[in-house]
Design a protein around this ligand. Structure first.
Ligand code: CLF
Ligand code: SF4
Length: 299
């Protein structure tokens, strides 16, 4: 029986809750995670994300902050020697992990070389449903979906556009409906396949602060298990909005906590993060032998 916050579950996720640093307070201080930055592109544009779709279109190997899937086992070996407590291999960017197949290819390689490690993926969810069979096949244990609204009118204030599977650029309510429908289908199916689903929601004062509880309610009904509320970093098109205060963050966490357990220890990790997050350990410099440019990560 797993006991998470106020919720009790009789299920097979005990091992994950005990060992994953983003699922329990205890593991946050004892388990390490490495993010492998293999996913360069994104297929949507969030108004708070300063990576433009075109600007993010860099290829692996061109930039020092991107790895090719076949390079990852060596990096992982080095990471394990620097941090033997590593339990989780995560892929969280710098773009969307399912906009290209590099994340899937990486998990396939890692499953063969390091089957003992847990595999964790973070995505905006646009392509989640389509890729779930492959994700299951390559052994992904947990998936984080960033859901910033389940109401399309609210989402139009957060997402500028979505590129659909045929390469068409959708805007406004059409884009919002496309993303929400894809996320909902993906979350439900992932949960049905026995993959643990965590939700990340960016708290944007004046836009979705009264709506996060609805996100918690809807996603819980679909099978999500835990929610991480990330305070907005005001930038790009939302640079005029102030970051949420601690009291607003606490209020929203309390409201959402009525539906889903809330993870409160998130460290807003980089897409190339490595170490034990609760100890503030950051080994990316040692790992790559040089300082690399800070990258965005969904976490
Ligand atoms: Fe990475 Fe995210 Fe997996 Fe964790 S991070 S993909 S679930 S292994 Fe963790 Fe970092 Fe917060 Fe993310 S502390 S940003 S919640
Ligand atoms: Fe893409 Fe993530 Fe940036 Fe949104 S926040 S535009 S999903 S990389």
């Amino acid at each position: 029986m797993a006991e998470v916050g106020t919720q009790k579950y009789d299920d097979h996720f005990d091992h994950l809750f005990k060992n994953h640093p983003c699922l329990s307070k205890e593991a946050h201080y004892t388990s390490g995670r490495i993010h492998l930055p293999v996913s360069p592109n994104c297929n949507i544009q969030c108004k708070f994300c300063k990576r433009g779709f075109n600007k993010s279109d860099i290829r692996p190997g061109v930039s020092s902050l991107l790895l090719r899937p076949e390079e990852t086992p060596d990096i992982l070996e080095k990471a394990l020697s620097l941090c033997p407590e590593l339990k989780v291999v995560g892929i969280a960017g710098p773009g969307d992990t399912l906009a290209t197949d590099y994340a899937l290819e990486t998990f396939e390689v890692i499953r063969k070389t390091h089957p003992e490690l847990l595999s964790c993926l973070s995505t905006n969810g646009l392509r989640l449903y389509d890729k779930l069979d492959r994700l299951k096949e390559v052994g992904v244990n947990s998936i984080t979906v960033t859901v910033n609204a389940v109401d399309p009118y609210i989402l139009t204030q957060i997402v500028a556009y979505v590129i659909d599977e045929n390469g068409n650029k959708l805007v406004g309510i059409e884009a919002a409906n496309k993303l929400i429908n894809a996320q909902m289908k993906g979350i439900k199916r992932a949960a049905e396949l026995g993959i643990l689903v965590k939700i990340n929601s960016v708290l944007i004062p004046g836009i979705n602060d009264e709506h996060i509880k609805d996100i918690a309610k809807v996603t819980r009904e679909l099978g999500a298990r835990i929610l991480n509320i990330i305070p907005l970093i005001p930038q790009y098109e939302l640079s005029h909005i102030k970051a949420p205060s601690c009291s607003l963050l606490e209020k929203v966490r309390g409201e959402a906590g009525a539906y889903l357990d809330v993870f409160r220890h998130c460290k807003h990790c980089r897409a190339d993060a490595c170490g034990i997050p609760g100890k503030g350990q950051s080994l990316h410099k040692e790992l790559y032998d040089k300082e690399v440019v800070e990258t965005f990560s969904h976490g």
